[in-house]
Structures are given as structure tokens and as C-alpha cells.
Design a protein around this ligand. Sequence first.
Ligand code: RP5
Length: 182
Amino acid sequence: WTKAFHRTDIGGRALAHLSATARVGIIMGSDSDYETMKGATEILRKFGVPYEFMVASAHRTPFVAAEFAIKARENGLEVIIAAAGHAAHLAGVMAAHTTLPVIGVPVDSSALNGMDALLSTVQMPPGVPVATVAIGKPGAKNAGILAVQILSIGDPVMADLMAEFKKDLAAEVEAKSERLKQ
Ligand code: RP5
């Protein structure tokens, strides 16, 4: 992990990537979702993936949201991550308007703690899938990882970094196990 981190964040490649065309588009229903979605941006930065950010709502600014999805592919995006709370239709709207893969993050911003957003995001009709991750911050982090995994299909550098990431995850668990035995 450390190696991957240095090769991307510190080694300058992340900066180069960040000034290049975005490959992942992150769209959120409100700026209040940002705290949750920081986890996704942290992952993309670690892997040196250029991303762009947008606040638009399926309900409050429906045309802006639709336009983001409609133009996503021609704008160079390869994956969309869409996050929303309450009756969370944003990811579904993205999927309705693009052929790119859409990852949905249900945000726990309502009285129902994200259960409403989870069901609204995951229960897409056949033909229009949204790859829905867990509610809240763990989901946001996984959305970033899943986006990198999708990119890694055609990008050997991302594939290598992802392999290192997995190895480091395993090493962390093993180290924790060892610590408990002491
Ligand atoms: C949703 O409503 C947003 O995605 C957010 O999670 C929630 C609350 O929005 P704000 O009232 O904070 O703007 O559409």
C-alpha cells in the first residue's frame, strides 16, 4: 500500500493525473453529502485517478443532473459514482442517461439512516443497473475502489496498484492478528 501511495500521491503522477482529463465523475445530491463522499475521493487520489466533482440533484436540478450523465462519455468519463440520501434517485437517473457503469452510494442523511436511500438506489428495474455499495462512508470508500477496479480492466498500471492494495489489506489484517496474540 505504501508503495502504491508513494507512486501515486507523492511521486507526482497523481498530480499529473489530476490535471488531466477526469476518468471518474462523482455526482452528489447535495454539498451535505461531501463529508460522506470524501472517502471515495481519497481512494481515487491514492490511485492517481483524475476525477471531477459535481453537486446536482435528481429532484432539485433534474436537467443539470441529466445533462451530466448524457455528456459523461463524450467528456471522457469512464465511470460515474452517484451519491444521494433520502429518496435517492440520482444514481438511477445517471444510469438512465448513460451507457457508462454507474456506482450508487446511499447516503445516511435522513431519519431512516440511509435505508430509504439504499432501497431507492439498489432497486433498479431490469435493464438499468446501478452497482450499489453499502450505506454511508464505507460505501463511499468501496465506490472509489470499485471505480478503480473497473478502470483496471483496461489499465495495467491500475491493475498492478490494485493488486498491491489487496496485498496490503491482507498484511494489515495479519499484523492485527499477530498483535492480538502478543
Ligand atoms: C438528498 O437530500 C441529498 O443527496 C442529501 O443526502 C439530502 C439532504 O440534502 P440537503 O437538504 O442537505 O441539501 O437529495
